[in-house]
Ligand binder design. Structure first.
Ligand SMILES: Cc1cc2nc3c(=O)[nH]c(=O)nc-3n(C[C@H](O)[C@H](O)[C@H](O)COP(=O)(O)O)c2cc1C
Length: 190
């Protein structure tokens, strides 16, 4: 079992999603003890508070996967200057019923790629606001606002040479930060 399983939530359901590709490619830059596990969100029902007492199997699975993770990675598209509804739907599901949120205390990285020059900056800011409310600490720096351009990925789906150093640095910082967070949580518990 990996020492640091990380739940990866991609804010796009598109088959050829740049964000899905980025999530896959950046996971290859992680140290071996940090293992990124994609979390499925495309089969979640639309959140309805009436269903809190009898959640769908997909909702139970989502909550179990987040609970088992020691960290989170959000890689999201930007839709109309915010996060896509599918991502908000998943976040809402795992935050409920009231008092039973599974998000609290999980350290999260936030990344995103868009075709626009703003590179998901606005969506990421909205996401950080939501995560702050849910008591999810987010890695502040480096911020990563990535524009989808030729060469972002090489022909094997790895991060291309122009972005490689920046994203390797991002991953190195993220991995250290997740471990520091995990250590401080253990210290709180003893
Ligand atoms: C409904 C919708 C809204 C969008 N709004 C934005 C936006 O606000 N900013 C932006 O940079 N790109 C926007 N785009 C373009 C996305 O960046 C582009 O579709 C991108 O490929 C989405 O990420 P994905 O490849 O992971 O699906 C929008 C696309 C859609 C479908």
């Amino acid at each position: 079992m990996s020492e640091y399983p990380i739940a990866v939530i991609v804010g796009s359901l598109r088959k050829d999603s740049f964000n899905s590709k980025l999530a896959t490619a950046i996971a290859k830059l992680a140290p071996p003890e940090v293992l990124f596990k994609p979390v499925r969100i495309d089969d979640l029902p639309l959140y309805n508070q009436d269903d809190d007492a009898s959640p769908a199997e997909s909702v139970k699975r989502l909550k179990a996967e987040i609970t088992a993770a020691r960290g989170l990675l959000f890689v999201t598209a930007e839709y109309n200057r915010s996060i896509p509804g599918v991502l908000k739907n998943a976040i809402d599901h795992a935050s409920r019923p009231y008092g039973k949120s599974v998000w609290a205390g999980k350290p999260a990285g936030v990344l995103g790629v868009s075709v626009g020059a703003v590179g998901t900056a606005v969506a990421q800011q909205h996401l950080r606001t939501i995560l702050a409310y849910l008591d999810v600490p987010t890695l502040g720096q480096p911020e990563a606002f990535i524009q989808a351009k030729d060469g972002l990925f090489d022909t094997s789906g790895n991060i291309g040479p122009d972005s490689r150093k920046f994203l390797q640095d991002w991953m190195d910082r993220y991995a250290v930060w997740v471990k520091q967070h995990a250590a401080s949580r253990v210290a709180e518990l003893v």
